[in-house]
Design a binder for this molecule. Structure first.
Ligand code: G3P
Length: 226
């Protein structure tokens, strides 16, 4: 499963990139709005940091397919070849996906709340389909089960489309989908950090250091003993 950062804050992105094995960055209009800055300025800054080979996902805003297609052209030109155009999975979005996939654009079908949206997006040529796990949970449905069903639909129908699961609020949601083998998950920085935060692990590592220092002296490491 690929792991992407769902945030546009460059400082947070840099911190996470420094420590964790990350495949790219996803944004949406609400995430970009938090910056209060020109969206292209923010996206170009992210692209410059993550490099041209990493995935960058950015969303179109238009309500019509024609507008979405026009936006996609501008976005791909400015943000580079490995930019995934996020297109909302509504009827106009499906129309845009069909056209954009024929033109060779990389497409992430977004705002997916139901398996049938994902099925239609896959048929329309999307590279990724992004179910909103936690938002589905908040509707009283089950985001994990819906996402697993989407994976089964893709597998059983021979679609090449991959899942880019989004909207996570806790480690367990990420873990469940990782175990199921979905293609990718995009996760907010705080949830990524919580994937590994564990007092037992911290304590075990501290015990190892303490025992070593008892053996070789305070502040000593394997560099100092020979
Ligand atoms: O772009 C989709 C995803 O980022 C939504 O996440 O946390 O707003 O439900 P959230």
């Amino acid at each position: 499963m690929k792991l992407l950062i769902d945030d546009a804050n460059i400082e947070k992105i840099k911190t996470i990139y420094q420590y964790y094995p990350i495949d790219g960055v996803t944004t949406n209009p609400s995430i970009l709005a938090k910056s209060g800055r020109n969206p292209y300025e923010v996206l170009k800054e992210i692209r410059a940091y993550i490099g041209e080979d990493a995935e960058l996902h950015a969303q179109v805003i238009s309500r019509t397919a024609e507008g979405m297609i026009e936006e996609a052209h501008k976005m791909a030109e400015i943000l580079g070849k490995n930019t995934y155009i996020k297109v909302p999975t509504i009827p106009e979005g499906l129309k845009a996906m069909k056209a954009l996939s024929k033109e060779g654009f990389k497409i992430t079908a977004t705002a997916i709340y139901t398996p049938m949206q994902a099925y239609l997006a896959a048929k329309a040529g999307a590279d990724y389909a992004a179910p909103y796990v936690n938002r589905i949970d908040n509707l009283g449905a089950n985001g994990i089960d819906s996402t697993k069903m989407i994976q089964d639909i893709f597998d059983n129908n021979g679609f090449k489309t991959q899942i880019l699961a989004a909207s996570f609020k806790n480690s367990n949601q990420v873990q469940e989908l990782c175990a199921y083998g979905v293609g990718a998950a995009t996760v907010a920085p705080d949830v990524i950090e919580n994937l590994i935060k564990n007092a037992c692990v911290t304590s075990a590592v501290e015990d190892f250091i303490t025992d070593f220092e008892k053996l070789c002296g305070e502040g000593k490491t394997m560099l100092d003993c020979q």
